[in-house]
Structures are given as structure tokens and as C-alpha cells.
Design a protein. Structure first.
Length: 388
């Protein structure tokens, strides 16, 4: 196997799992009490699904196949205010494996990802949950011009792994419970190395979990836990997030070249609840691949500034203490090379301090990933109502 080709992917994608793990640790270490147990659950899960043929070249991989998970999770009980606001979710770490239909072209898939399992409906014995997981995957096979030229889905061994699941869980015993669910597993390298059609695997699953320690009782819902820094304090405010990211594109399979992408962005946010912020944003993107494609497509321009893509967007932030999920939907207002008019951004933002943050973002145009950027930024509070 040629691992050297995926070194850049590791550099770009590794912060996904690191940032999420850091957030989980920071949210749960400081407020432990001696009389509280670990609240750990060990779970095994069997999935059965198939590969979505979202490109014509993927139809040769039609098959149904199993996948297996081992999960170690912790049930929160209200030691932090965000846990109470999200109805005491599960947080954990999952190992996912599948033979991908035993195809010699596809090989096997291994994934490790932290996850958060949010309760939607819950009583003493029954739950309806939604899980989000994001981490890293290793695929034993990838596209190769000579040895595996039919495999156009993925151009790298190391990829990002994203998992989404809706499950029903039944607690039939104080120490044991079972669950059934529908999930989607997605593998992609964010176009850091082409080709990158991505792999999407929907599946049904069955799980069995065993509680390793006595269950902690929930902190009284009427009690507001201590408010930690990085958390919204309820004051009316507006803030400006300014940041920059850098990305890498390996398009060697298409034109034998690599390119760098530079992005500057800003988001103006207004909190609307203890969990959510809404606002507007802007982007300035310099893609070093654009001059190449302008020449290839005979597109003329007078100044390099005309290659700059400027975009405006609607922004949404969903916060859990230091960690935030970021979502942007926007349109380009300039740039002679535009993959499409509309663009999408999804990412993670981790507050290192109250002002400085690290960020990892994926830019895409509908179902096609453009680049994965890693960077830093600064949060500037613009206005607070005066205290009476």
C-alpha cells in the first residue's frame, strides 16, 4: 500500500477528531464529583446497508453488505449547562468496520469517530435519538491509474468519516438496553486528492449496550449549573468572528498538479438562545487552480483580482461549550471562475480562548466538495446592553 500519498490528507483531516475529542474532554473533566460514577456504556452494533450509486461510474459496485461497530459512550447527567439544554446527550467514541461487499476494488473500510447522541424524545424506558459523528477513516483501496482505475470514488487512503443516525432505544434493564436505527456513513477527502466522488452507505442497524457502572441520577432540572466561560450568558449581544484558512488540492490524477487555496472569512452573529446564533457572513477566496482552469477554458481577465471569489452568506452557529457546529449558505458575487453560483460551508469551530478559535471547514458546491480548510480566527464582541 502507498501510504505516502495520503500524508497531506492526515494533516488536513486529523484536526477533526482532535478538536472534537478536546471539546468532549473539556466539557466533562472539570466538574466531576467524587460521588459520581463514570456512567460508561459499552455497545456493539450490527449494520446492513449498500453503496449509493450517485455517479454512473459507481454502478459496478452494486451490492449489499454488513458493517460492525464497537462504541464506548458516556451518558451526561447535567454537570454542565449545555448538557441540560440538550436533554443530557450521550457522548462517545466509535470504531466502525466494513468489508464493503468483499469487492477487491473497494477493499475494506475502518473508521474511528467521536460522536454525540442527542435525545429527541425520552422517558424512563424509551428514547428517540439523533447521532452525529465525525472522525477519520482508512480505506485499504483507492483510485490508481494502473492498478485500480475503475475505482473513481476516492483518491486517498485516509479520509474524513461522517456518521448520521436516527435510533429508537429501549431500556429493558437498569444495566442493559437495545436499539434499532437508520444511519448514513459518508467517506470523503474533501477534494484534497482527486478523484473524490465520495462514498455514501445507508444502513439499518441493531445494537445492544451494557452499562459498566451504576447510573448517575440527573442533576435537578430546576437547578442551573455553573456558567462556564465560552458559554452564552443570556445578555443581548452581537459578535464578529474573523478568520483565515488554508487548503491543499492534489489534482494529480486529472492534470498532474497540486494547488493551494487561501480563504478569509467573517461572520456577524446575534445569539437567539443559549444554544444558537444566526447572522450573515462573507468570504474572500483565492484558489490557485483558477488561473489553470481559466487558461484551459479560454476565459480572459485583465487583473488577477478578477479571479478572487467573493461570497456573501447566511450563517448559523450551534454551540456546545467550546465547540460549535458552523453552517453557511451563500452566493458568489464576483470571480470569473465559479464552480457554481451557490456555495455551502460546514465546519467545526473550537474556542481556544474567549477570543481566539481554531476552525476546520468544508466548502462545497451542492454534492461536490471544493476544499477542506484549516485555520484560526478572532472573536470580537461588538455590543452589549448596559446593565441597569
Amino acid at each position: 500500500m502507498r501510504l505516502s500519498a495520503s500524508k497531506n490528507n492526515r494533516c488536513i483531516l486529523l484536526p477533526v477528531i482532535i478538536a472534537t475529542c478536546m471539546a468532549m474532554l473539556s466539557m466533562n473533566v472539570n466538574a466531576q464529583h467524587k460521588f459520581r460514577g463514570s456512567n460508561l456504556l459499552l455497545e456493539g452494533r450490527i449494520n446492513y446497508g449498500f453503496l449509493i450509486n450517485h455517479h454512473l461510474e459507481m454502478q459496478i459496485f452494486n451490492s449489499h453488505f454488513p458493517a460492525f461497530e464497537i462504541n464506548l459512550g458516556k451518558e451526561t447527567y447535567g454537570e454542565y449547562s449545555w448538557q441540560r439544554m440538550y436533554s443530557y446527550p450521550f457522548i462517545g467514541l466509535s470504531y466502525w468496520y466494513s468489508p464493503l461487499g468483499n469487492s477487491p476494488l473497494l477493499g475494506n473500510a475502518h473508521a474511528i469517530f467521536p460522536y454525540v447522541n442527542y435525545p429527541l424524545v425520552r422517558d424512563l424506558k424509551h428514547e428517540l435519538n439523533f447521532r452525529i459523528g465525525l472522525g477519520l477513516a482508512y480505506l485499504t483501496e483507492r483510485f490508481d491509474r494502473i492498478k485500480n482505475y475503475k475505482y473513481l470514488a476516492i483518491g486517498s487512503h485516509v479520509n474524513a468519516a461522517a456518521n448520521f443516525m436516527v435510533e429508537y432505544r429501549w431500556r429493558f434493564n437498569p444495566r442493559m438496553n437495545t436499539a434499532i436505527g437508520l444511519s448514513l456513513m459518508h467517506f470523503s477527502n474533501g477534494s484534497t486528492k482527486t478523484p473524490n466522488f465520495g462514498i455514501n452507505i445507508p444502513s439499518v442497524n441493531l445494537a445492544f449496550a451494557y452499562r459498566l457502572s451504576k447510573e448517575n441520577t440527573y442533576v435537578d432540572r430546576k437547578m442551573l449549573p455553573e456558567l462556564y466561560k465560552f458559554e452564552f450568558d443570556g445578555k443581548q449581544s452581537v459578535s464578529l468572528d474573523l478568520g483565515a484558512t488554508i487548503a491543499y488540492k492534489d489534482m494529480g490524477s486529472e492534470n498532474g498538479r497540486t494547488f493551494m487555496v487561501y480563504n478569509m472569512f467573517g461572520n456577524i452573529f446575534k445569539p437567539v438562545s443559549f444554544k444558537s446564533k444566526v447572522g450573515i457572513g462573507f468570504d474572500f477566496t483565492k484558489d490557485n487552480a483558477d488561473p489553470y482552469f481559466a487558461k484551459l477554458e479560454n476565459i480572459t481577465y485583465k487583473h488577477n483580482i478578477q479571479l478572487m471569489r467573493i461570497g456573501v452568506n447566511a450563517a448559523y452557529d450551534l454551540s456546545m461549550s467550546k465547540l460549535s457546529y458552523m453552517f453557511n449558505v451563500g452566493v458568489y458575487v464576483s470571480g470569473v471562475i465559479r464552480p457554481s453560483i451557490v456555495y455551502f460551508k460546514v465546519g467545526l469551530q473550537y474556542q481556544v480562548t474567549q477570543q481566539f478559535f481554531a476552525t476546520l471547514t468544508l466548502r462545497s458546491h451542492f454534492a461536490q466538495a471544493d476544499f477542506v480548510g484549516i485555520g484560526v480566527g478572532y472573536r470580537l464582541p461588538l455590543y452589549y446592553y448596559k446593565k441597569k
